[in-house]
Design a binder for this molecule. Structure first.
Ligand code: KQY
Length: 359
């Protein structure tokens, strides 16, 4: 079977020009509190902000179609499609471009972040079909990958380097018996990665088992932004130091040493009793208990054409995060949006968006 690499395709960096952005409308009440109404408002704000810079398509269930259409600006394209939840980064295709600019996408097998070994919900069959549906709409070539992985578990610099975290992509709950060598071969064959940089653990408490997109991201080739913690009493302290040491020891696909920029982690935040009470109790793996620490990070942002769409939380560290983003992305508008409602669902702005490259 031909792989994308053999056919001349590779994954562009997120800062390469986009044809648009894909999202999914949230509704499941065992993940999103109060019947997902506050989350829907947050998703609509994200979609509206991105739509100022590029085209946005929102997938929505038949049940929610009229509501989503009414709450989203006219320029957002709304398409009916069934899903299990709303994490387009993870269930959508990772888009690729061919040497002639042809669009294709990797269709990763999806098991709800761990299947029956700690996954977050069952079933996940509709989510597993999202990449197929998106690629059908775009009439783009689809490559079904042989191993489970999610889009949030990878970051690409567009020059052959891919960033991953061991905790997630070597997790037995994704691929039993997986080895580093097998994963590297898959990342080469499906994304065009000639160099894989391995971080260790993800942000503590991240229910994806440590997606890299909550911990670190490329700013440009040769530069990585890392969510950083200065408090030795915080579990993220050791995680961020380990990640920085690995990044500083690494060489990218072009043989460069990396510049590592530190992004302060947000002031610690916890689920309130009122928020926890708003989530339906079910047999899913998504437990929401009052007092639980939220896996917050400012690096979980989306790079749009001409803008950075980043989370803020109404806490003291928001201003510093804005400063870091303004300094590192001087040519882009920095748009920070209240994202606590997305965070309460277990992810953030990068997790709910998926860029489609192209002019
Ligand atoms: O962060 C993500 N990429 C997905 C988080 C899933 C959380 C489900 N509750």
């Amino acid at each position: 079977m031909t792989t994308p690499h053999a056919a001349g395709y590779a994954m562009p960096a997120e800062w390469a020009p986009h044809a648009g952005c894909w999202m999914i409308w949230p509704e499941r009440p065992d993940n999103w509190r109060l019947g997902a109404k506050p989350a829907q408002a947050a998703f609509a704000a994200v979609a509206s902000a991105i739509a100022r810079f590029e085209k946005v398509t929102m997938l929505v269930s038949a049940r929610q179609f009229a509501n989503a259409r009414a709450r989203l600006p006219a320029e957002v394209r709304v398409i009916e499609a069934s899903t299990n939840d709303a994490w387009m980064r993870d269930v959508g295709p990772s888009f690729l471009l061919g040497p002639d600019g042809a669009l294709a996408g990797v269709d990763w097998p999806f098991n709800a972040w761990g299947g029956l070994r700690g996954g977050l919900y069952f079933p996940w069959d509709l989510d597993d079909q999202v990449a197929v549906k998106v690629l059908e709409v775009e009439r783009a070539r689809r490559f079904r990958a042989p191993l489970v992985i999610e889009g949030g578990a990878i970051h690409a610099d567009g020059e052959g380097t891919v960033l991953v975290a061991e905790q997630c992509v070597l997790n037995e709950n994704r691929n039993e018996g997986i080895t580093r060598a097998v994963m590297e071969t898959m990342l080469r064959e499906y994304l065009g990665a000639t160099t894989v940089i391995w971080l260790g653990q993800g942000v503590p408490g991240d229910e994806t088992d440590g997606h890299v997109d909550n911990l670190a991201c490329f700013v440009r080739p040769g530069m990585v932004l890392l969510s950083w913690c200065d408090d030795p009493a915080d579990p993220h302290y050791a995680v961020s130091r380990d990640a920085e040491a690995r990044l500083l020891a690494a060489r990218d696909a072009k043989g460069r040493a990396l510049v590592v920029e530190r992004m302060p982690m947000p002031t610690p935040m916890f689920i309130t009793a009122q928020e926890a009470a708003g989530v339906d109790a079910t047999a899913s793996g998504m437990n929401r208990a009052a007092g639980e620490r939220l896996a917050a990070s400012y690096v979980n942002f989306y790079i749009a054409n001409g803008a950075i769409i980043a989370p803020c939380f109404g806490v003291a560290t928001d201003a510093a995060a804005h400063g870091v983003l303004s300094r590192l992305f001087p040519g882009r508008d920095i748009v920070m949006l209240p994202a606590r409602e997305i965070l309460l669902g277990g992810g953030n702005i990068h997790c709910i968006t998926q860029q489609q490259p192209g002019g």
